[in-house]
Structure formats: C-alpha cells, structure tokens
Design a protein around this ligand. Sequence first.
Ligand SMILES: NC(=O)c1ccc[n+]([C@@H]2O[C@H](COP(=O)([O-])OP(=O)(O)OC[C@H]3O[C@@H](n4cnc5c(N)ncnc54)[C@H](O)[C@@H]3O)[C@@H](O)[C@H]2O)c1
Length: 441
Amino acid sequence: MRSSEAPIWIPAGLDAGAGQGSRTDRPQQHADSNMKDKDRGETETTELRRIIRRGSSDVVTMERARDIANCRRREVTLVLKTFHTLKTQLDISSTGATNSTSTAIYNLHTQSDTMAGTGAGGFSTIAIIGAGSVGCTIAHTLMLRRVCAEVRLVDIAEDLCRAQVQDLQDATYLTNVRIKYATPQEAGQSDIIVITAGAKQKPGETRLDLIEKNYKVLGSVLKGLQPINPQSIILLVANPVDVLTHFAQQMSGLPKNQVLGSGTLLDSIRLRGLLAQRLEVCIPEIEDSIKGRPVNIVLQISDNSINAYVIGEHGDSQCVAWSSVTVSGAHISVIDEISDEDRTKIGKLVSGKANAIIRAKGFTSYGIGATAANICEAILFDQRPVYPLSCWHEEYQCCISLPAVVGRKGIVSQIPLPLNDKEKAQIEASAKTLREQIAKF
Ligand SMILES: NC(=O)c1ccc[n+]([C@@H]2O[C@H](COP(=O)([O-])OP(=O)(O)OC[C@H]3O[C@@H](n4cnc5c(N)ncnc54)[C@H](O)[C@@H]3O)[C@@H](O)[C@H]2O)c1
C-alpha cells in the first residue's frame, strides 16, 4: 500500500527528488542522458528482450526494471508493462501470433509526442471526476490493468472521495499504480480527464431526464479544472453522455477531437455478448476431409470475434447497424436470417439492459468501468482501435456514436459505416433527438 504522501524509499544512485518535478530537473543523470527518447526506448526494449530470452524473467523486479530504463520511480510500472507484454509476445511468437499492444507500448516509450507523461511530472496520469460507483470502478479497473502510473480522484464530497482513495489504496499492492486524492486544478493537468460526476438514473428514468442537473454539474466541473492541460483528453461518461460531450467541447477550450464520450461502446459490447450467447453458427459447406462427407460444425463464437455496432445516442433512440454485422469480417447467413421482430427484441434488450440492472441494484458500474478503462488504455498507448464513441459529426451537427479511431490525440479519424435506408433513417432520428436536447440550453 502506498499513498502520495507516504515517504518513498530511494535506492542509492537516484536523487531524492525522484518522482517529484519534471523529467529534466534530476541532478543525477544516467550515462545515456543525451540519448534521444527513441534510442533509450530501443535500448530498454532490447535489454528486456535479452533478459526474457535468458530465461531470468523472474528476477526482473522493480529494481531491475528501474535500472534497465533508468526511469523515474513512477514510470517503473510502464517498464514492467513493457516487460510483460514483450514476454507474452515472445512466448507466443512460435505460434505466429502477434501482439499489437507491445507495438503500442514500444511507441509509448519511443515517441515523445505520443508519450504518456505529458502531464506535470513526466509520468502518465488519469484524473477521474466523480468518486461514486462509476468513477471508483473505473479507477479500480485502471489500477488492476496498470493503464497509467497515477490515478487522481476528485469529488465535491471530499470525505467520501478521501475514503474511496483510502479503500482503493489497499488494492495498490497488486498493481503498484498510485491512487491519490486530487484538487480539480491538479486533475486539469492530467493526460486524461474522465468525467463521471453527476446524477444517475433512478429506476424508470431515461438518461435524457438527467440533463438539467448534469449540465450544471458539468459547467462547475470544467470551471474547476481550468486551466486545462492543452494536451489532455477529456472522456465524458456522465449521462446523457452525448449531450454532455457536446457541451464539454464548447466549454473546455480544447479542440473537439480531444473531447469524446464513451458513447455506445458499452451498448455494442452488450450486443456482441448477446449475439455470441444466442448464435450457434452452422457451416454446412465445410466437409470432413477424412470421411469426405459434409458436416455441421457448431461454433460458439467469442464476442470479441463479432463485429457489431450499436450506433446513435447512448440512450433510447440508439439503433443496431444490423446490415454491417460480421463474424471476423464475414457476413454470415445466420445474422441475415434473424427476423425483424427478433432484431427489435435484441435491440430492446440491449438498450434496456442498464435500466434492468438499475431496477435491481440501483446503478451500473462494472461494464462502464471496463469500457472506460479500455478507452483510456487506447488513448495513452495510442492503440487506435475502432470504437463507437461519441464525438462531433458534422453531418449530424451533434456528438453521436459511430465508429471512430481513438488514439493519443483523442478521436483520430471517423470510419464511414455502410448503412441501409432504414438504419440511415434511425440514426438521423437519433441525432434529431440529441439536437433538440441541446437546443434547450
Ligand atoms: N456512459 C455510460 O455508459 C454510463 C454508465 C453508467 C453510469 N453512467 C453515468 O455516470 C454518472 C455517475 O454515476 P454513479 O453511479 O457513479 O453515480 P454516483 O451518485 O454514485 O456518483 C456521482 C458522484 O459525482 C459527484 N459529484 C456531483 N457533483 C459533482 C461536482 N460538481 N464535482 C465533483 N463531483 C461531483 C457526487 O458527489 C458523487 O460522488 C451518472 O450520470 C450515470 O448516469 C454512465
């Protein structure tokens, strides 16, 4: 367990200011202090690879990682993460599998402009505004996945926030990720600022019902964060997420691509889970090569292999882009054969899932915790996955979810999704609902 205030043990050879101040103010410099970040990253990666190949992986302790990279105490988690990723990559290289994360982490160490640590102190930081159920679950997931070096928690309810930090600190022994109570100004200097502050739905309420309260909360949150680090990415999670993303783009002073909402990523994951559970994909055309007769192979497919998007509002007007559902890129007849009636039922199950959970337990948190942490990881490590996130769409004149590429600069590009006429009408109607809400303010 470690807190931001707790004294830290400094090994011989490292200055007492390690972890305080900027990357350039260390009196004790490594022999390769004149090396460029790229060269240092390559040296580090090569050294880590050599250790793994020698089979002495178990001896790579925190201290070893620190020596290898000559990095600051708070960056050690990133070195260890590189180590683990390289190890996984080398372990699976004989099977021909690749690991895109290792490339992203390598880039993280070697590209100064995409490097985590643009925040004060030269290490990666994620601030979470709102230390309620959702905010703390995101913090916990970020810590367990070692997405960043430090998580900063902020809440208007100071006692609650300090207690949440204390509780989360008890989990840091698993991860070595620092968690601290922060002021709004400190949060404003973070690499990513996740906004979960605000009222949540009561049973039967829609997300749009929250707009009056949460518009005000958003205004006060963004005011408190100023001056916001111009490199920060703001991720909206509080609802109604699309409308709040629109207002955050207007109020934050950041470029629009740096302000995005979690949108319908969670809904799309719910949809993929449902399809994976329900579909047994028969491929009668595959022949048993030994006996020369056709067989039915029933595949139970991982939801990760199903490409299916919920698009539009993260709310009641969302729709499923049925015409573009594929299994690993292939259109399969089983999907085409789902009747209109069943498609409507599946769509309702997806859009109504949050309310069903809220009726029983009062809130949802694990799904959004996982998806928000996943988006943060994609941003910090410049992974560039295609996710349906809420961002500005010129065509619809609002923030709405359609597939977009997410990386260190936020929304990197938007991917056009082929839609049939029915889907086009549905997303236009969804955008109209959002524009009407925005027009009220
Ligand atoms: N986008 C999604 O998929 C998704 C999923 C689940 C929940 N949510 C939304 O997330 C939000 C939070 O939900 P929750 O369950 O954590 O609610 P919660 O009530 O448990 O937590 C909200 C926290 O925000 C804090 N807060 C309020 N005003 C603040 C301010 N001005 N500054 C700082 N903190 C402030 C409160 O003190 C509280 O601790 C809700 O709007 C909810 O609808 C979104």
